[in-house]
Structure formats: C-alpha cells, structure tokens
Design a protein around this ligand. Structure first.
Ligand SMILES: C[S@@+](CC[C@H](N)C(=O)[O-])C[C@H]1O[C@@H](n2cnc3c(N)ncnc32)[C@H](O)[C@@H]1O
Length: 263
C-alpha cells in the first residue's frame, strides 16, 4: 500500500506518463462524485468490487466507456495509426486516437478560475472532438480543434452539428479544422491550450514555438493543459512557461505563461 501511494508508475508503460496512481484514483473518485453524482458513483464503485470478486452484477454501471457525460456523441474507441488515414510521414510523431475523460478535463479547467469570455480554447490533435464538446460547455470566445486525420475530423464535424441541434454549445463558436498542428496560426488573443499527448517532442516544440510567436503580444496569462504529458520536458525547459500544477497525481501537468510587463 505504502509503495502504491509513493511510487510513480505507468499502468501502460510507453503510452502513459508515470504518475502517482493512488493520488489519481483519489481525485478521480472526487471528480466522479462531483460530476456523476452520488448514486452513479457508488454503483460504479460497487460494480468494480463485484468484478474483482467475479460476481456478474451491476456491470452496466462500470465507469469505463463512460468518459463522456454526453453519451450520444460519437467519441468512443481507440484508432491505431496503422488503421488511420494519417499520412505515413506522420507515423513517427503522431499518437493514436483515444478520447480523454471530459470529467477530468472539466475539473482541471474549472480550477483555473478564469473568466472564460476572455479566452479562446484550442485542442491540438482534437480527434473526434470529445474535449471540444466539453470545452464548448463554457462561454469561451472560441473553441477550436485541429486534427490531422480527415476521418476523425469528419466525425468531429458531425458531433459539432449534433451539439448545435441539442443547444449544447455555450461558447461563441465551435470549430474543427483538418490539418497539421504545426501549421496552425493562433490569433493574438488570450488562449487556453490543450494537448492530450497528441505528438512527439519535435512536433510539440514546433507547436510551442509557433504559440510563443503568435501570442507574443498577449498580456493575460496563457495556460497550457497537458494531459498525459509524455514530453513535458519540452515545457519544463521552455523559457516562457512555468509549471503551475500537476493534477491527478501528475497524470496532467498545467503550465502558465505570464506576461513580463502586464498592463
Ligand atoms: C490521444 S488523441 C486526443 C484526442 C482529443 N484531444 C481528446 O483529448 O479527447 C491525439 C490526436 O492527435 C492527432 N494528431 C497527431 N499528430 C497531429 C498533428 N501533427 N496535427 C494535428 N493532429 C495530430 C491524432 O490523429 C489523434 O487524433
């Protein structure tokens, strides 16, 4: 037990950054109570206990496959690179598709305590748009995703249309753009940047350089939310960004860039 609390490990080495799994589980339990409510969370925990004792009870309440509150969105599944339409030259740098938990994301975002209306939100490697949908619950000035895969982008476009039909968009705009993250220019306004381990260190560095140039004149703090930060060294070594927090036992890392001479 003591080892479990104080050891940083990765459940999926090579795919996942080592983190304090005990702290992550604690925060995950808290987030479940916060967003799913007491009854669903308790049933979910009981379902896990039943499966540990090989009892075929309550399994429909298991948490997995329930990462999204809006279950009518098409965000499920893992798309390996070899099964995707991403061109071969990107296979070295790109990560496979898998959606993040919108509950974790919302918890991290809400703790920034920012004025959403001041900010644009961007997801580099937005896939089917799970986190775009979660971000669009907040009154951001704009929510934009940039995704390399045409097929995943097409799913995101359908999800955005569905969100619109259900009046589930609080942000002023919600857009998925198909293309390479390194080629995307940001308008010079305050940004919340989000990456779920979408690419390797070289691409991350190129994206960070572009962000730094594009947002050079922005005076408000710029936040970089890095989920499963496999290449956090790029941000650790950046002269502009500082570590802000490491929620979920370090499974997430949040960095902030504060302007040198704020007005
Ligand atoms: C782990 S998924 C993250 C999906 C989504 N952001 C989320 O949090 O649910 C990473 C995504 O990054 C995309 N990707 C990889 N390299 C990219 C690049 N250079 N430009 C844009 N998207 C890229 C992949 O196609 C994949 O859909």
């Amino acid at each position: 037990m003591i080892r479990f609390v104080f050891t940083r490990t990765a459940r999926y080495p090579g795919f996942e950054v080592p983190h304090y799994q005990f702290l992550r589980n604690l925060r995950t339990a808290f987030v479940n109570f916060k967003y799913r409510g007491f009854i669903s969370t308790t049933l979910g925990i009981l379902a896990i206990a039943c499966s540990k004792f090989k009892l075929p009870l309550l399994q429909k309440y298991r948490f997995y496959q329930q990462n999204m509150d809006q279950r009518w969105l098409d965000t499920d599944g893992i798309v390996e690179l070899k099964n995707s339409d991403i061109p071969d030259e990107f296979h070295q740098s790109a990560s496979r598709y898998e959606a993040a938990s919108d509950y974790e994301f919302r918890d991290v975002l809400e703790r920034l305590a920012i004025d959403y209306g001041t900010y644009n939100f961007i997801d580099y490697g937005s896939g089917k748009g799970a986190i775009l949908a979660a971000a669009a619950r907040y009154p951001f000035n704009a929510v934009t995703g940039i995704e390399l895969s045409q097929a995943l982008h097409d799913v995101a476009v359908r999800n955005i249309a569905e969100l619109g039909r259900r009046n589930a968009i609080a942000s002023k705009s919600l857009t998925s753009v198909q293309g390479d993250a390194t080629g995307y220019h940001l308008p010079a306004v305050p940004h919340i940047i989000y990456v779920f381990n979408s690419f390797g260190a070289e691409v991350l560095q190129a994206v960070l350089d572009r962000i730094t140039t594009d947002l050079a004149e922005v005076q408000e703090p710029v936040y970089f939310l890095y989920n499963n930060p496999m290449h956090h060294i790029v941000l650790d070594e950046s002269a502009e960004f500082q570590k802000f927090s490491e929620p979920f036992g370090g499974k997430w890392m949040i960095f902030v860039r504060k302007a040198e001479n704020p007005v």
